[in-house]
Design a binder for this molecule. Sequence first.
Ligand code: FDA
Length: 307
Amino acid sequence: MLGPVILAASRSDQMRRFVSAAPGTKQVVDRFIAGETVDQVVPIVVDAADKGLEVTLDVVGEDITTVEQSHAARDAYLELIDRLKDLGLGTKAEMSVKLSMFGQALEGGHELALANVRPVVEAAAAIGTTVTLDAEDHTTLDSMFAIHEELRKDFPQTGCVIQSYLFRTEDDARRLAANGSRVRIVKGAYKEPAEVAYQDKAEIDKAYVRILKILMEGSGYPMIGSHDPRLIAITQELARRAGRKLDEYEFQMLYGIRSDEHLRLAAEGHRMRVYTAYGTDWYGYFMRRLAEKPANLLFFARSVLTK
Ligand code: FDA
């Protein structure tokens, strides 16, 4: 019940100001956000690599309002990639980007986002890694998939994300599985209306399994973005049935969530990539993490009230 309320609050400027200023917020934010600067996130990438984990790095920020901000987002990723290059970490870290941060919602936003993301994809390829386009709310997805297709002409490793809560996703999965794409499948983290998305958790999970089958049987590279133990076990079984080796798919989980499971799956020989978000504009990302698990909200409330 609380999830949709928190997701609605994630779009409110008033709530943004309240949550950002509340004493105790930082302590809870730190669980999900790896740091504010490149300097703070680099040791986390090194530590993950030492533990046999890979990462995908997200410079947080979305819903920007000016072209200058979209350029700043591009430059933040270019700075990050430069640093990874200097440290020889290119093969351990890929990037995750939200096209809204690259200007997708502004006037002429499709072209602007493409123009901003292309140099990031080029720079990533030059150090031996790649970029995945995150999935945002359903109104942005046609543009995201078109940008994905465009980028793949020169950089076929570019990935994208699909969300099992949307009715459209099985069709998207078939297309992406047939053209050999790298695809992260997740349940979906936005507030979506009943006209376009399943509202019932069991339906979302059943759709996830149908989509997993499509991806495992296809010619692409499935990336399983979930902390759900049932879906992880089902993935392993479907991969076995599809004859996929351990390096022909990967698991992905979020920084700060089920960290023991990251290590367990890596120790079993799986590729495990930790989605690691950092930066100062953490509000939207943080609120989606609260919405996913009501216990997080209680923890947050307690932390604010006891400060
Ligand atoms: P579910 O929500 O059922 O959780 C299973 C279990 O995991 C819970 O019982 C709990 O133990 C733990 N858990 C899950 N979320 C938690 C949280 N916030 N705090 C504490 N414990 C938690 N979405 C999207 O719309 N677009 C995107 O691009 C992405 N990208 C993305 C990348 C990666 C690597 C992951 C793992 C997830 C995303 N998501 C996303 C988010 C995704 O849509 C979804 O909201 C979350 O993964 C939660 O769903 P689960 O599959 O983990 O299952």
